[in-house]
Design a protein around this ligand. Sequence first.
Ligand SMILES: NC(=O)c1ccc[n+]([C@@H]2O[C@H](COP(=O)([O-])OP(=O)(O)OC[C@H]3O[C@@H](n4cnc5c(N)ncnc54)[C@H](OP(=O)(O)O)[C@@H]3O)[C@@H](O)[C@H]2O)c1
Length: 346
Amino acid sequence: VSSMEPGSTEAPIRSREVRAATRPQGALSVDNFEVCTVTVPPLGDGEVLVRNEFMALSAIMGNLMGAGPRSRMPMPLFALGEPLSGVAVGTVVQSTDAAFSSGDLVQHRLGWREYAWGPAAGFRRLDRGVLPAPQYFLSQGPTAWRGMVDMANVGAGDVVFVSGAAGGVGSLAGQIARCRGAKRVIGSAGSQDKVDFLVQELHYDAAFDYHGPIQERLRALAPEGLDVVFDNVGGEQFEAALQVARPGARFALCGVLSSQVTTNPEADMFLRVDQVTAGMKEVVLRPFATRPTAEWVPHFAKWLDEGRMIFPHTIVQGLDNAPAALVSLLGGQYKGSVIVQLGARP
Ligand SMILES: NC(=O)c1ccc[n+]([C@@H]2O[C@H](COP(=O)([O-])OP(=O)(O)OC[C@H]3O[C@@H](n4cnc5c(N)ncnc54)[C@H](OP(=O)(O)O)[C@@H]3O)[C@@H](O)[C@H]2O)c1
């Protein structure tokens, strides 16, 4: 008899979760979150209970808490008093659905809590052996792939620029371009330490700090012009990339960090397009949204195995440290992905 069944004598499972407590006034702070404990209810038919192991943090979570230019968000904010959500992986500990068994590794969107439960349709089984460790399933690779491959079709001979290159998405986008045969990959980031990281660890051909004359730096690093731009930042970096683009350049428009991560409530997430230049060059501007793809994991596994790619990530220990880690992520303190090990007792 498990603790989830009627008549069980075992203590019910308690699960801790992080909730949105208040909206940020200005920058996001740990005071905007609260950690609460709930009792896991008995499972209904066709449901699963999962002990969460890891969850991913991402820049958009700050916006969903209400930080930044919230009036422009096209999706609902995290509800106050409710647990936050986000992609996570964990192990099934109980299932009333024939498709799942105890011990299965699954991915789902009920992060920010120690245990996740609900209808089986919300969970996807993963093949543990395919990637080196469970947190690898939480990479931002599907987004980087969608932009670099599906939108920009990056390939041999391309001169590529990735803005926000040291972040969760950017750190994989540049490596994908390299693996697909790009001729030259250039990245931007916000500090010399990150610039060194791009060149030394991610093997970018060149990188620069965007605190300075962006267009001049980009032009000096890509005198022949840009064929592909993977833009995480918008603002001045997008505008500079358009000036340095070659005719027909392909732009994968992923994000607008320069106006997402702001305390200015008047900021918006719009791009300013110099339409005459864009028109003369007939550049292709492709904003996109991540879609589930079966292509990423096999390519990731192969490139990791061949030593052609690394998964830069920091593991933050414990649910309680997740809010502070998100604040630090927005403050530019990490390189690569930020993953929280949730650490509920087995
Ligand atoms: N289209 C989609 O479906 C999709 C899916 C996922 C993510 N995204 C977007 O992709 C972008 C990257 O996401 P991520 O989670 O990987 O974030 P991230 O790059 O890890 O975000 C944190 C980084 O943002 C940079 N940053 C902060 N303020 C900045 C500013 N004013 N100008 C330039 N950079 C700034 C900081 O790097 P520095 O130290 O270098 O400044 C910081 O390390 C975001 O815009 C996100 O919303 C889009």
